[in-house]
Write a protein of this length. Structure first.
Length: 273
């Protein structure tokens, strides 16, 4: 599957790589794009020709649906026949530009993120679908999904699915809204070659969606990370032990000094002992 990705190349690089003429939104560097975020998608400009970049919310909803759960991914094997996606597959295909995506190993607190990118660190285009959906309030929202295919050997260590990365020379055929050859379109959706993809461990800060910065894609040494985690765990245990020991010490009673007797009695004085 694909549940988090990055797009950090410059706007100029994106426009040049995907041969886009029209830009409908500013593109800022993003290192932790998550479901429900607004993302740039590339579509065919049917009125003037060429391509344009527009915004869509990541989480596809079919136009006719009123209460369906947004789908961030669509399986390549079923998009031609599944009612939720088949109309968009025939007429509303897009490319989701990216320069890497994240996958995880482990579960729970042991979940470790990995960054996956092309070997030459260039931009890539995920195959996508888009749809204009109207909410109950009457607001029209453009939504999108990223198509997934079976994982190649590199990706199989993380998951049995991976995003469909379109070879650059086939991007035009994918975007062409007049292309109704479903067999040809399905043939474009294949696992990307193993030898063109690399991956490395990154910070667990990626596990959440609140942080978005360049530090998220920096490679880390898993062995050093493990050593740091063990040192942190030992330090936490030592602090806990010290606090426990401090709590178990018996409290010392302070001696109460007796008042000195002046030889004269008062209603507020204790009698001398």
């Amino acid at each position: 599957m694909c549940g988090r990705y990055t797009l950090a190349h410059s706007t100029e690089d994106i426009l040049a790589r995907f041969r886009v003429r029209d830009l409908e939104l500013p593109i800022a560097a993003r290192y932790n794009i998550a479901p429900s975020n607004w993302v740039p998608i590339i579509i065919a400009n049917q009125l003037e020709g060429g391509r344009r970049i527009e915004a869509a919310r990541w989480g596809f909803i079919a136009a006719w649906s009123r209460d369906a759960k947004p789908m961030i991914n669509a399986r390549s094997e079923s998009i031609a026949v599944k009612p939720f996606f088949r109309t968009a597959f025939r007429a509303r295909r897009c490319i989701v530009p990216a320069d890497s995506f994240y996958e995880w190993t482990g579960d729970g607190k042991a979940r470790k993120p990995w960054r996956v990118h092309l070997k030459d660190k260039s931009l890539m285009g995920f195959a996508g679908l888009f749809e204009d959906w109207s909410s109950l309030d009457g607001d029209e929202i453009r939504t999108c999904a990223i198509i997934t295919v079976p994982a190649n050997r590199v990706m199989a260590q993380f998951h049995d699915r991976m995003p469909a990365i379109i070879p650059q020379h086939l991007e035009g055929r994918w975007l062409d809204p007049t292309n109704k050859n479903l067999a040809e379109l399905e043939s474009i959706l294949k696992p990307y070659p193993d030898d063109q993809i690399v991956c490395h461990r990154v910070s667990t800060q990626v596990n959440g969606t609140a942080i978005d910065g360049r530090q998220l894609i920096a490679p880390i040494d898993p062995l050093q990370e493990q050593a740091d985690e063990e040192a942190h765990s030992l330090a936490a245990k030592e602090i806990a032990r010290q606090l426990k020991d401090a709590g178990n010490k018996p409290a010392t009673k302070s001696k109460k000094e007796k008042p000195q007797y002046s030889g004269q009695l008062s209603l507020f004085d204790q009698f001398p002992q």
